[in-house]
Write a protein that binds this ligand. Structure first.
Ligand SMILES: *[C@@H]1O[C@H](CO)[C@@H](O)[C@H](O)[C@H]1NC(C)=O
Length: 262
């Protein structure tokens, strides 16, 4: 009984193997000969050719003129750059992408947001910084002003500096302006096309101690901030440092050919 079962199983296995082999052979033959398979291979070849053509078309029609960046120095995450978790315990305030932040002596914080607004975060009633109400200082839109790009329909303040009641702003869309905090009125000081070639990406700045001169960066003379991805992909060096004299209102280029001076 036991032996015959074993033999039966063995025979079954042999038969199964044999039928599988013959199945494999015949299916291989089918694969080689079937018209369906030929058209499958043809469609793969066609897709590959079309994809290659698309890549070539994309390469030549792209506005991006990629350049190789050389001389990049790797900085190890050590010393002052060592990883830490100091910011992980903070309280989250629901505002989007504040790029610049200044703290006033009265414990108010001014922030420049992604939607173009500048807001002030008041201290709480018991004096805790950043814990009070959020007040709109600007709307983010300066009607009728010259722009580096109209794609977003609002500004993008990047750099902020406070001098008494004047909040100076470098805006990637509108250029350089100053907000008088008591009245919230805006005065434009440098427009994007005040220099040739026009600024495309006014970015950040500093004011000399005597308050008379502003040095600022135009990160790109080619792509405005809504096309930041193109700028990053291309890697060309069209950025500049400009100098603005607040007294004579004279504007001059101090350095050009810089690689995205952010
Ligand atoms: C500030 O401006 C935003 C965007 O326009 C608006 O939604 C919000 O209600 C304003 N906040 C106050 C306190 O007026």
């Amino acid at each position: 009984m036991h032996e015959s079962n074993v033999r039966k199983r063995k025979r079954q296995t042999e038969e199964e193997n044999a039928s599988q082999n013959s199945g494999n052979e015949s299916s291989q033959r089918r694969l080689q000969e079937s018209p369906a398979n030929n058209s499958f291979m043809a469609s793969i070849a066609l897709t590959t050719v079309l994809f290659a053509l698309l890549c070539v078309y994309g390469y030549y029609s792209s506005p991006i003129n990629a350049v190789e960046i050389t001389g990049v120095v790797e900085v190890p995450f050590e010393g002052s750059f060592a990883l830490n978790r100091k910011l992980s315990k903070g309280k989250r305030i629901p505002i989007h992408a504040p790029e610049s932040c200044v703290e006033a002596s009265d414990k108010k914080i001014y922030l420049s947001l992604h939607d173009g607004r500048i807001v002030c975060i008041h201290p709480s009633s018991d004096g805790e910084i950043g814990a009070g109400k959020v007040e709109n200082i600007t709307t983010g839109i300066i009607q009728g002003a010259a722009t580096t790009s109209d794609a977003w329909g609002h500004g993008r303040p990047l750099g902020l500096r406070l001098r008494e009641n004047s909040l100076y702003v470098m805006d990637a869309i509108y250029g350089f302006y100053v907000v008088d905090l008591p009245t919230k009125s805006i005065k434009i000081l440098v427009k994007p096309d005040d220099v040739s070639p026009p600024m495309k990406f006014p970015d950040d700045f500093d004011i000399t101690a005597d308050g008379k001169t502003v040095y600022f960066t135009d990160a790109s003379a080619k792509y405005p901030i809504p096309l930041l991805v193109q700028e990053v992909l291309e890697g060309s060096c069209t950025g500049r440092i400009l100098k603005y004299d607040m007294v004579s209102q004279k504007l001059e280029v101090v350095r050009d050919g810089l690689c995205f001076p952010n």
